[in-house]
Design a protein around this ligand. Structure first.
Ligand SMILES: Cc1cc2nc3c(=O)[nH]c(=O)nc-3n(C[C@H](O)[C@H](O)[C@H](O)COP(=O)(O)OP(=O)(O)OC[C@H]3O[C@@H](n4cnc5c(N)ncnc54)[C@H](O)[C@@H]3O)c2cc1C
Length: 450
């Protein structure tokens, strides 16, 4: 009798999911008793560190996405949105749409790497009015918004309204916030030369951060260096500042004061039409609604990245909760961590299927890097701190080498080179909606089990 193939299903085509798939393909290269299936909502891997450069119009949109089908070789790929996971029946259900049927996929082993979404911490007014920087759609929308603000401000006679149009507020002083602020300032300054009535001094970019420093996780000296550089570039940074509301016209905030400071927290407001929220992420709803044990929305995993109560199910990346044994706190959610966990999960799956010993997940960050506007950056790598143009250069080299396809690497390199010699394109491409309309719905028809 022919033995049934074992099916490994990976959920999520981001850093964790794609790296895990690639590693599994390597492990089972010459073996036909295992089938690998990858399911993701989009049919591409999004290169998030370059998202702010798309928002700033430096990189073309398609150049930072890699079609999954061109990366994986012997994996079956499904483009679809996961509706729910049944870990008892070992089934994953996908939503149907008008165009495609909802399906149910059976698995023997599962890797959950569904990532995260923007966390507004329950502030519905911010969720309604603020822009985000998490998806390709977000980056394109922000670019159009910024250019639109320049267009509106150029012919606006009311000085108060004009100032609010030319004020951009970014909430969150982490990677995404700082890089977005630096890149957007560059875009605004470069583009302003085509708007004769707008002076460079009319442009205000403000970063609001609740912590006492920007770039948490970086060496304090480097973070302070980045702070000074951003200030020099004309970006104002307000630390220990918590946002309380935004109605689309005015953002309100309050100073965070220590109990020992014995004073009331001051409130402040900034008139602005554009707030970009990068202040936190939370796992996607599919995880929160799942039967897995979660803490702060993340799936709790053991030392082997296996989900407790469900042997053979692994969770990795932004949606998994793994504590750093040194600090007893969760590691910061990064692409580097997701990829490291993906490698261990693939190794452990191979071991599990071959009845070999699994290994514990051990992680030592190789360092962190951020670019802060034109030809400047900060990097902390292998215990060394680097800043300025060398950090910027290093960032570009490291991230370019991480793009998995040569044609995309070349396209990004050409975009960067063109940007050195030519002005940015200021055409505003019209989008009707801030977010795409929801296409998912439950279909009446009986789903297939595949
Ligand atoms: C602007 C920005 C800049 C960043 N810069 C850096 C950086 O410089 N360095 C760094 O290390 N990290 C950076 N990060 C963080 C990094 O992108 C994440 O930590 C990393 O992507 C996590 O990988 P993941 O596989 O867990 O999730 P993701 O990469 O987010 O992948 C999750 C995948 O699951 C899919 N998905 C989600 N829900 C469903 C569903 N219901 N059904 C089907 N598919 C679904 C998504 O479409 C996505 O493809 C940045 C993030 C942002 C937003």
């Amino acid at each position: 009798m022919v033995e049934k193939k074992k099916k490994i299903v990976i959920l999520g085509g981001g850093y964790g999911g794609v790296e895990c798939t690639r590693k599994l393909e390597e492990y089972f290269k010459n073996e036909d008793d295992v089938e690998i299936v990858l399911i993701s909502e989009d049919n591409f891997l999004l290169f998030t560190p370059m998202l702010p450069q798309v928002a700033a119009g430096m990189l073309a949109t398609r150049h930072i996405v890699m079609p999954i089908r061109t990366i994986v070789k012997k994996t079956t790929f499904y483009e679809g949105r996961v509706k729910n996971i049944d870990p008892y029946g070992k089934i994953v259900n996908l939503w149907g749409t008008d165009e495609k049927r909802g399906v149910s996929i059976h698995y023997d082993f599962l890797v959950v790497s569904l990532g995260s979404e923007t966390n507004f911490f329950g502030m519905s007014d911010l969720e309604k009015h603020a822009y985000t920087m998490k998806t390709l759609n977000d980056a394109m929308t922000v670019r159009n918004r910024v250019i639109d603000m320049l267009e509106q401000a150029e012919n606006e006679p009311n000085p108060i309204l004009r100032e609010s149009l030319l004020t951009l507020v970014i909430v969150g002083g982490g990677f995404a916030g700082i890089e977005t602020a630096g890149e957007l300032m560059d875009l605004l300054l470069d583009a302003s030369k085509y708007y004769p009535k707008i002076n460079k001094n009319d442009i205000n970019v403000v970063v609001l951060e609740a912590l006492p420093n920007i770039l948490p996780g970086f060496d304090e000296k480097l973070a302070k260096f980045a702070h000074r550089l951003l200030n020099k570039h004309g970006i104002e940074i307000k630390l220990k500042t918590a946002v309380t509301s935004f109605d689309g016209f005015e953002i309100k905030m309050k100073k965070i004061v220590e109990k020992s400071e014995n004073q009331d927290s001051e409130t402040e407001a900034i008139q602005t039409r554009t707030v970009i929220w990068t202040a936190g992420v939370t796992p996607v709803n599919t995880i929160k609604r799942s039967m897995f044990k979660t803490e702060r929305g993340k799936i709790i995993v053991n030392d082997f990245l296996e989900v407790s109560d469900f042997p053979g199910v692994f969770a990795i990346g932004d949606c998994a909760l793994f504590l750093d044994p040194k600090t007893e706190k969760p590691f910061a959610p990064t692409a580097q961590l997701a990829e490291a966990q993906a490698k261990t999960a693939a190794y452990n799956l191979h071991s599990l299927i071959r009845n070999e010993k699994m290994k514990k997940f051990e992680y030592e960050s190789r360092g962190q890097m951020a670019i802060i506007g034109k030809r400047n950056g900060v990097a902390s790598i292998f215990g060394m701190n680097i800043s300025g143009i060398w950090a910027w250069f290093l960032w570009r080299n490291v991230y370019l080498s991480k793009i998995p396809r040569w044609d995309k690497r070349l396209r990004v390199f050409l975009d960067w080179t063109i940007d050195l010699f030519f002005d940015r394109d200021i055409s505003r491409l019209k989008f009707e909606d801030k977010r795409p309309t929801k296409e998912y719905k439950v279909l009446d028809e009986v789903d297939d089990v595949w």
